[in-house]
Design a protein around this ligand. Structure first.
Ligand SMILES: Cc1cc2nc3c(=O)[nH]c(=O)nc-3n(C[C@H](O)[C@H](O)[C@H](O)COP(=O)(O)OP(=O)(O)OC[C@H]3O[C@@H](n4cnc5c(N)ncnc54)[C@H](O)[C@@H]3O)c2cc1C
Ligand code: FES
Length: 506
């Protein structure tokens, strides 16, 4: 039987001394609850010690004004209300009342969840909002509309068969067999009806009639809107080689894709992963956890060089090799012949399972056909509004003016998609919020997380602090002396500090 974990630190109901604060925090407990005391200016707050996203240790986070940022994936919580103000956390943390007596601080009872203090929907808010897409951006937008007390209708149209899921998990713990399927839904099935969100699954949107302000469905039962959010995400690039349509050849985007890979993995001895992308490599790691022999075939000479630079790329290769992955670099799969992957070099690899991770393409067809401005993505302004006033776009499809790099950029990051969904929701309610978050993504390979903040498409210098080999490092990517992005392994608090520096730099 699992041992019950005793909460650590002092019993905060018995009081702690003001001088016991370290780095502005004291980790203790109230009964069975782990509670964190946090100093922010002259005030002291008591909140849950763990993040509501993946349970990250908030004691290792960074306090910014009256908010606390999580070290793992940079969620942000309002210390006064507990509200999760920045994704990827969407659920508030709990708050306790605090009392000072002389120099001692006592934590009293848990507070009823305080109301978020952020702006509410304007009285002239639209009455019907349609969201196309049931992924990161679409879900975060719907949730935020209700959080902002929007009382009108929300219709969320998704051609997926599953309600919104935690997509990053599909190439990590769930695929590795370390997470049950009930961890995947972003909310329980009854959340949608309970919050007046008309989620329509298996619903293909085929067009937008901008003049009639209607979304066109395959069923021809068109859905009218006052405001429309396009959040159609991206789709995996499919292989175009002989054998690509064999049943054991997969791509990975949806829960259905992931279930199919897991089903084949149960009997597979050997897998070939095509492409050394983040997804390809995460899939390789997950399949190794299932003790399947894994071969990765990719055209580049060096892994991840274009995204992370040569030093981290070489580390990734060594890390995967240490876990038994066999690389076939500077090679491609020319054909799949039954259970054999035939390489361009002439080699043949036995493969009971093939997963292609060769990139994604943003799903732009709806916007394009409607005549909405496209610029290597759906072009949006800093309010995430497209070239058409009532139509917004967020997530993998959106190209926005990034205040930090000065470029217009489009990224494929979970946290960015959710935060854009949240900002677009506020702007559909007329709240005029700029999207100015510094991009952030993470990736996980075995027990090694990589956190990346900022955006560096091209750089001329990488400076390295710490040791990559010892998995304790921070890399700064600069162009003409300007800091563009930072990647780190096990330097989470510093990564958060770098996020702050990037925010303040423009
Ligand atoms: C396996 C996997 C692992 C990942 N891991 C990470 C990670 O670790 N870190 C990270 O930062 N990012 C990660 N990503 C990327 C991240 O998931 C995406 O950036 C994010 O999901 C984008 O959100 P989105 O809302 O734009 O699109 P999506 O989440 O893809 O949602 C798009 C939705 O639109 C629907 N749709 C599309 N077209 C139509 C249509 N015509 N009609 C109706 N519905 C439609 C789709 O069914 C889907 O529901 C991962 C992606 C994958 C696939
Ligand atoms: S665990 Fe806190 S943001 Fe992920």
């Amino acid at each position: 039987m699992a041992q019950e974990q005793k909460p650590t630190g002092p019993d905060l109901t018995k009081g702690v001394a003001a001088e016991d604060f370290r780095d502005g925090k004291i980790l203790g407990h109230v009964g069975e609850d782990e509670v964190l005391l946090v100093q922010a200016g002259h005030e002291i707050f008591a909140v849950s010690a763990h993040c509501t996203h993946y349970h990250g240790p908030l004691a290792e986070g960074v306090v910014v004004g009256e908010s606390l940022r999580c070290p793992w994936h940079h969620a942000c919580f309002d210390l006064r209300t507990g509200e999760a103000t920045r994704a990827p956390a969407l659920v508030p943390i709990q708050c306790w009342t605090v009392e000072r007596r002389g120099t001692r601080i006592f934590v009293k009872q848990k507070r009823e969840q305080p109301k978020p203090r952020s702006k509410k929907a304007r009285p002239d808010a639209p009455t019907s909002i349609v969201i196309v897409g049931g992924g990161a951006a679409g879900f975060a937008a719907a949730e935020m509309l209700r959080r902002r007390d929007y009382g009108g209708s929300i219709v969320m149209l998704s051609n997926d068969s599953a309600p919104p899921v935690d997509r990053p998990n599909l190439s990590k713990d769930y695929l590795a067999g370390n997470a049950p399927e009930d961890w995947l839904p972003l909310r329980p099935d009854d959340f949608y009806a309970a919050n007046g969100i008309d989620l329509r699954l298996n619903t293909e949107v085929t067009g937008i009639d901008l003049r009639a302000r209607e979304v066109i469905l395959v069923s021809q039962k068109n859905v009218p809107y006052d405001r429309l959010l396009l959040a159609t995400g991206a789709e995996p690039v499919r292989l175009s080689i002989p054998g690509a349509d064999l049943p054991h050849v997969h791509t990975l985007r949806s829960l259905v894709d992931c279930r199919a890979i897991i089903s084949d993995a149960k009997s597979a001895r050997r897998a070939v992963v095509i492409g050394a992308s983040f997804i390809g490599l995460e899939v390789a790691a997950a399949l190794r956890a299932r003790e399947i022999e894994v071969h990765v075939v990719a055209p580049e000479a060096r892994l991840m060089e274009r995204v992370l630079g040569p030093q981290l790329g070489d580390f990734m290769r060594a890390l995967h090799q240490e876990h038994g992955v066999i690389f076939h670099l500077q090679d491609t799969v020319a054909a799949i012949d039954g259970n054999r992957a035939l390489l361009k070099s002439g080699d043949a690899l036995e493969a009971n399972l093939v997963v292609a991770g060769i990139g994604v393409r943003p799903r732009l067809a709806l916007a394009e056909q409607a005549g909405i401005k496209i610029d290597r993505g759906v072009a949006v302004d800093s309010y995430l509004q497209t070239s058409v006033r009532d139509v917004f776009a967020a997530g993998d499809i959106a190209r926005w003016p990034d205040a930090h790099s000065g470029d217009s950029i489009r990224v494929e990051h979970w946290v960015v998609a959710e935060r854009q969904g949240q900002t677009a929701a506020c702007n559909m309610l007329g709240l005029n919020e700029r999207f100015d978050a510094v991009p952030f993504f993470w990736s996980q390979h075995y027990d090694v997380p990589i956190n990346y903040v900022g955006h560096a498409e091209h750089w001329d210098q990488i400076s390295i602090e710490g040791s990559i080999e010892q998995r304790d490092c921070l890399l700064r990517y600069k162009r003409a002396g300007k800091l563009l992005a930072v990647a780190s392994i096990f330097r989470d608090a510093e990564n958060l500090q770098e996020e702050l520096a990037l925010e303040q730099a423009h």
